[in-house]
Design a binder for this molecule. Structure first.
Ligand SMILES: [Zn+2]
Length: 414
């Protein structure tokens, strides 16, 4: 089995290397924006969109032209990759996966990518990496890179420079370990498993919100671009960085623990994007419960549910397990004991008490048990090849994997 994996490290660049990296990221942003403007102008004139080859020809002209001679200082491949990124943005737009490509701004996702492994030298024993036009860069070698290097992305985040080394390697096909489990995602508890264990809410943003607000206010009082303003800005950046790190760490730890111990994980197919849509609505259709909803939205985004699900999906795939997304209908209102569905079953937010048979349990655990049941039903349905009615809603994230690895079914307790 082929495994693609990225390894990310913090760089320890010299002052000159930092200046160069900032310039290269700027050049990539510049050519991306210039190419996007060109495509827009061509569209308005009724001309056809330029393909990747056409864009690269333009790029060569810009590099050799008299208007932007500084572009020639930047490495060629990363500039071409910016063209590729634009091409991809258009593809996503036409496939309705994303909005129309937008111009890039300085300071948001400053990065550039070296696509050619032949030009990259990774010297792990000496904790350094060679990149064209930057030379040898030292990095914090927190773990070994496994596999063959495919490409390297250099990025700036919260005032620090990072490299992400994309690799490819052959791994043995994994045998999943453990049983099936259902997960109920919530705000008061981040995740509750059907066996009763739960993960506390992360809320890293909330906890540090006050500190961040204070720092932002302090920054707003300073004269823009003054020395003190820069210091205040660095502080805001540092807080943002710390919040992001705490969140990433928590999500990775919990998704690793769950994927290590379970062969099949069922999760509610919450449309995080829909739930976190603007609660305010528009003038024709004003939103209901705007305040409560925007609070919930903030919690959802803060907890990184979508990222959690993405991590579970690929980590389970690495271990030969499955992630199954089930439609969330009635998972919080059905009695796992007698199957009675009623909203009266949910006496309070935290307690579930069936009005038919008197079964009592924590409401989140009940939700997780129902998610697990729905997942079992869906899995059995797909294995038997039965066609699911469209009303049954979203299906597994990757059904082709299921077909390819049917032998795993025997391990699951269905
Ligand atoms: Zn009941």
């Amino acid at each position: 089995m082929q495994r693609l994996q990225a390894f990310k490290y913090e760089l320890m660049p010299t002052g000159e290397q930092q200046r160069d990296m900032r310039r290269f990221a700027g050049s990539c942003r510049f050519v991306y924006n210039k190419a996007l403007a060109l495509q827009k102008a061509r569209y308005e004139r009724g001309e056809k969109k330029l393909g990747y080859a056409g864009l690269c020809k333009q790029l060569t002209a810009w590099r050799n032209g008299t208007e932007t001679p500084w572009l020639a200082d930047a490495p060629t491949h990363p500039l071409q990759q910016a063209m590729k990124d634009l091409e991809r943005a258009y593809t996503h737009f036409f496939a309705k996966r994303a909005g129309f490509p937008r111009f890039k701004k300085k300071g948001q996702s400053d990065s550039f990518r070296y696509p050619d492994p032949k030009q990259i030298k990774l010297d792990q024993p000496n904790r350094r990496i060679f990149l064209p036009k930057l030379g040898w860069l030292r990095y914090r070698h927190s773990r070994d890179v496994l596999g063959a290097v495919k490409n390297v992305t250099v990025s700036l985040s919260c005032g620090k420079w990072f490299i992400s080394v994309q690799t490819e390697r052959e791994v043995e096909k994994a045998v999943p370990n453990g049983e099936a489990v259902g997960i109920d995602m919530g705000v008061t508890r981040f995740a509750t498993l059907s066996d009763g264990t739960f993960y506390a809410p992360l809320n890293s943003f909330k906890r540090q919100e006050a500190a961040l607000r204070k720092a932002q206010q302090a920054m707003s009082r300073k004269t823009k671009f003054s020395h003190n303003w820069k210091k205040a800005k660095a502080r805001v950046q540092r807080l943002h960085g710390r919040i992001g790190n705490a969140r990433r760490d928590y999500l990775h730890k919990s998704s690793t623990a769950i994927s290590q111990n379970h062969a099949m994980v069922c999760i509610e197919d919450l449309q995080v994007r829909n739930m976190s849509k603007s609660a305010a609505g528009n003038t024709e259709a004003p939103g209901k419960k705007v305040r409560a909803k925007s609070g919930l939205n903030k919690s959802i985004l803060d907890q990184g549910w979508f990222e959690f699900r993405r991590q579970l999906d690929y980590k389970l795939a690495w271990r030969g397990g499955y992630l199954i997304a089930v439609p969330p209908q009635n998972t919080s209102r059905t009695c796992p004991c007698c199957g009675h569905v009623s909203k009266d079953n949910r006496k309070t937010q935290a307690l579930f008490a069936c009005v038919e048979c008197g079964y009592e349990e924590n409401a989140d655990v009940v939700g997780a048990i129902n998610v697990l049941r729905a997942g079992h039903a869906q899995f059995a349905c797909e294995v038997s090849g039965a066609v699911m009615p469209p009303a049954a809603g979203p299906h597994r994230s990757d059904s082709s994997r299921l077909d390819a690895e049917m032998n795993a079914v025997g391990i699951l307790r269905l």
